[in-house]
Ligand binder design. Structure first.
Ligand code: ASP
Length: 319
């Protein structure tokens, strides 16, 4: 159903969204693996993911392995090792992962562990919980064989010390530089979907701040019947609109991946009273293999590996 018809249907009252849910017939894309990831660091992540998918690996293994590349990259100052710290100089990491069976795992406010995404996967696979945070998450990671290490690199420490001298410069480290949260969505040969999202969050945030990235349905969401979506940018705006869940749910109700991303961005802008200087970007991967993307401001990029080509694309902003 086209967006306009959907809105019309919605206007007649109770009839609509629920009745529409699930009515859309989606062709499943099989034997044609796809990975889509946020930002430039999505390119090397996609490479690793695609190798796994090409060997008939699962979408879950693919997204985990892909984002681990960004987490281990000390030069990347927005994910894992080398991430920009909070206002007190602590690198605190958020991540979540979701598989094609609706299983989910997440960690928030995790310190000293380079690969939060793999801890999130352990939470998903080894516990009855979805999310562990802070000291408990660290304890869980250490008891599962993860190594404790200092994640604050010289470069990130230097940036933090400069910010402390004059914290007005924090505006130049907004969520729109080309090293940001990595969210990665993949579809494997069987047509199954999975997603992963990992970040050090906003630079110089208040201690204890947790963003959208580890929140299932905000930073990332997978519904294997319909599609997957993920976010980057100002997490507070994403959380307040349940962003990734919204994108997936709109696809369930008939929006294309692109229409769903645009509507979710539009929802934020409306909630912000029609304008905002902040950035949010969404990516989406529908079960039929089509992709969507949208952002509030210009500058957002996504990396798409499809039909044997891994390419970085610029997103036209809403503003
Ligand atoms: N979404 C992340 C957060 O708010 C940061 C980002 O993507 O820039 O923590």
């Amino acid at each position: 159903m086209k967006r306009r018809n959907f809105i019309k249907a919605g206007a007649v009252g109770l009839a609509s969204p629920i009745l529409l849910a699930g009515k859309k017939k989606i062709k499943v894309n099989k034997n044609n693996p796809i990975v889509i990831s946020t930002w430039l660091h999505g390119i090397p992540a996609n490479e690793v993911s695609f190798k796994i998918l090409n060997k008939n690996g699962s979408a879950l293994d693919a997204v985990e392995a892909g984002v681990r590349i960004a987490e281990a990259d000390a030069e990347n100052q927005s994910v894992g090792l080398g991430g920009r710290p909070d206002s007190e100089g602590n690198v605190t990491l958020d991540a979540c992962i979701m598989d094609s069976n609706g299983n989910a795992g997440a960690v928030g406010f995790l310190e000293n562990i380079k690969h939060p995404i793999s801890v999130a996967r352990k939470v998903m696979e080894e516990t009855d919980h979805v999310m562990l945070a802070g000291k408990g998450a660290l304890k869980f990671a250490l008891s599962n064989g993860f190594k404790s290490e200092n994640l604050l690199t010289k470069a990130s420490r230097k940036g933090w010390l400069e910010w402390k001298k004059d914290n007005r410069i924090k505006d130049s480290w907004g969520p729109n530089d080309d090293h940001d949260t990595i969210t990665s969505l993949a579809q494997d040969n069987d047509g199954n979907l999975s997603g992963a999202c990992t970040t050090s969050g906003l630079a110089y945030k208040l201690q204890g701040r947790v963003g959208d990235s580890p929140i299932i349905g905000a930073g990332m969401y997978v519904d294997n019947e319909v599609g997957a979506a993920g976010a980057t940018g100002m997490g507070e705006l994403v959380m307040k609109t349940c962003g990734s869940f919204l994108v997936v749910e709109l696809m369930r109700q008939g929006y294309s991946a692109m229409e769903a991303c645009n509507e979710a961005i539009d929802r934020i802008i409306r909630q912000e009273g029609g304008k905002t200087k902040l950035q949010v970007g969404y990516i989406a991967l529908e079960k039929d293999g089509s992709v969507g993307y949208s952002s509030i401001q210009k500058g957002f990029q996504y990396a798409l590996y499809k039909d044997g080509v891994n390419k970085l694309h610029d997103v036209k902003s809403i503003f």
